[in-house]
Design a protein. Structure first.
Length: 271
């Protein structure tokens, strides 16, 4: 399967403003690219990339006074299969986890394990550890939180989403991640493209999406608390502890988002 994806995002700025962007495909998908993947800036400005501690591609740019448009368009090959399931995947004892996985058990900016630990154990402590417990957490989160773009708030945490029972995809992910971590299941936040492939058309503007991975049976597995159904065609951009580590853009000054268009569609051939 071939997927054409990209974006057109414009910012206004009164003065030159440094920005950090995570708008590139994650290096783990580079081998699947079938066209050049390059961020274009209008007007042209210098940019350079580096990889952060989580292996994400970060782009440094200074938005000129007057603003800039960042765009990208590429084709990637995908296996066309839904998210795989592994019902026999076991939960590891904490003392047996790899060193680099332990960080995904800790509380973080948007995932307050200290505030939700008692709740998690009361809800899921009786459920067998492993895949079944994660599925229960996903099911609970999916049913507990009402999705709506008007519920979005940059400061909303997992605790807020639990209390308010409203949010967007990142809030579903944060709450499910936090509940998993409370149950000693390593969980990490993921963001990227997820088109309406293999499902009925959705009457809403295309957007980037958030989901999460859990570490069971010696490897990472994908879960999606918002959709609660295996999906086709995820294109990972970044992953980390929570949305702090994977923010699409972080401006070090005052900017205004004036245009935000994302596209993700299955295509028959490379254009």
């Amino acid at each position: 399967m071939l997927i054409r994806a990209g974006y057109d995002i414009a910012f206004d700025a009164e003065v030159a403003t440094p920005m950090l962007a995570m708008l590139s495909v994650h290096p783990s998908r580079n081998k699947d690219l079938r066209t050049l993947h390059r961020i274009a800036a209008d007007p042209p400005v210098p940019m350079y990339d580096y990889q952060d501690a989580f292996g994400n591609v970060c782009t440094r740019i200074t938005i000129p006074a007057g603003g800039v448009t960042l765009s990208c368009d590429f084709v990637v090959e995908d296996d066309g299969l839904p998210d795989p399931a592994a019902p026999d995947a076991v939960q590891h004892a904490v003392e047996d986890l790899p060193d680099d996985v332990l960080i995904f058990l800790l509380g973080s900016r948007y995932c307050e394990t200290d505030r939700l630990s008692d709740t998690a154990w009361s809800l899921f402590g009786h459920i067998p550890a492993g895949w079944e417990r994660v599925r229960a957490i996903v099911e609970f989160t999916h049913n507990h939180v009402e999705f709506g773009y008007h519920h979005a708030r940059a400061t909303k945490t997992a605790w807020d989403a639990y209390q308010e029972r409203q949010g967007v995809c990142r809030d579903f992910a944060h709450l499910a991640i936090t509940l998993c971590r409370c149950m000693n299941i390593p969980a990490r936040y993921c963001t990227g493209y997820l088109g309406d492939i293999g499902i009925p058309p959705v009457d809403a503007p295309m957007d980037f999406s958030a989901w999460f991975d859990v570490y069971l049976g010696g490897r990472w597995h994908t879960f999606d608390a918002r959709h609660n159904h295996p999906r086709i065609g995820r294109i990972l951009m970044a992953r980390g502890r929570d949305a702090t580590d994977t923010a699409l853009t972080t401006a070090f000054g005052r900017t205004t988002l004036v245009r935000f268009d994302v596209h993700t569609d299955e295509v028959d051939a490379v254009a």
